[in-house]
Ligand binder design. Sequence first.
Ligand code: PMP
Length: 365
Amino acid sequence: FSTSVINFGAGPAKLPEEVLQEVQRELIHYGTTNISVMEMSHRSADYAFINDSAQQAVRDLLNVPDNYKILFLQGGGTGLFAAVPLNLISETGCADYVVTGSWSAKAAKEATKYGKVNMVLPKTDNYVDIPEQSTWNLSPNASYVYYCANETVHGVEFPFIPDTRGIPLVADMSSNILSRPVDVSKFGVIFAGAQKNIGPAGVTLVIVREDLLGKAAVTCPTVLDFTVMAKDNSLHNTPPTFLIYVMGLVFKWIKRNGGVEGMQKKAIQKSSIIYDVISSSNNFYYCPVKNSFHSRMNVPFRVGGPNGNDDLEKEFLSGAQKLGMLQLKGHRSVGGIRASLYNAVTVHNVETLAAYMKDFYQTHK
Ligand code: PMP
């Protein structure tokens, strides 16, 4: 099993080859069960083991304190855009949203269905930085403060954890979860769709502080109710069993590869390789995001100058594709190129892209 392609997709994204091989080996007969995980009752002892060990792995990897529950939900990141206000906003009827890119903008819009949303930052479509915290318009009566730790489309990543002066902090970590150590005790809720750093699409990891349970709106759908799901150990109804199994294998892979410290080290190394090529290209490659907010996970850039050159970008993508470098096209809303460098992407993969970028620059500048 070896592949000559390199997957730079933004999500669903590359999974560790070792994990895919393990899934392949166990696909038809899981352990001694003689059946596939896909065919197994979610009430069986074998599945209980899969569920509990995946939960425990998150606890170990992120050092999650005892007063937090770990849930596996459905509905993706978008499901959580609704679940967060449905579970938390009724406390005061309003919430603060820190919008630094299109995903936090979508979350804020969804929340307006359930309560009053206060925009912490001035409105912009030009997401290139994160204003100083001293300028933020935080409201004293917010039920929670919401932000997106890494904006997957715009490539804006928080280098710090916001200080909310005691108000519960909610973070969408869909695209940078388990890529760095995180002090979980600073958060009320952390959530992440699996399909970037930790598994296949269709399962969402939620970490919630226990004192925030029991506050859901009466209209909150049962499958999104943190309290019900916590009480029933994410087994209130049929969970996405196979996806949770694969995610559990990814967690073990992260453990074997140095844990979140190991992932962080590699993330810094990989992203620096690409940002260095960009910054030494005399604006031939151009990333609009200010340096201190450069995402280590998603590197968006234009080819042929700050506004991009369509023909050059097409040529860049088709040349990359010929060399086996896949899914480098930028999000349809911003155009250009986006290299996603999630945990499973290797340093060698990134060096291959960097060499191609340098070569393309030399022949097209
Ligand atoms: N948040 C972030 C940061 C994302 O990148 C995405 C998807 N790319 C979402 C939320 C939405 O996730 P989903 O497609 O699983 O609803």
